[in-house]
Design a protein. Structure first.
Length: 85
């Protein structure tokens, strides 16, 4: 299994999501992360699972998934299949 990111902690407090990812602390306003997560109860917000590979976080009570790359602002672009003339 590939390890995408090392996620040490995730906390939601006072409308903010904070985490330690790959050794760096991030803090984001929940309204910038997920409307569903922002509207969730405290219990729903605090019931989550970090994928073993560090790829993402899943909140099972509200069926919300957020990728770590998305939290970090990393964008992925599909490769185009261009053919030379």
């Amino acid at each position: 299994m590939n390890l995408y990111h090392e996620v040490k902690s995730v906390k939601i407090e006072k409308g903010n999501l904070s985490a330690i990812i790959d050794g760096s602390k991030i803090q984001l306003d929940l309204k910038d992360v997920s409307d569903l997560l922002e509207a969730a109860t405290e219990e729903e917000q605090n019931t989550f699972q970090i994928s073993p590979s560090g790829y993402g976080i899943h909140w099972p009570l509200i069926d919300e998934d957020i990728s770590i790359d998305g939290l970090l602002g990393i964008e992925h672009h599909p490769h185009s299949n261009r053919k030379s003339a």
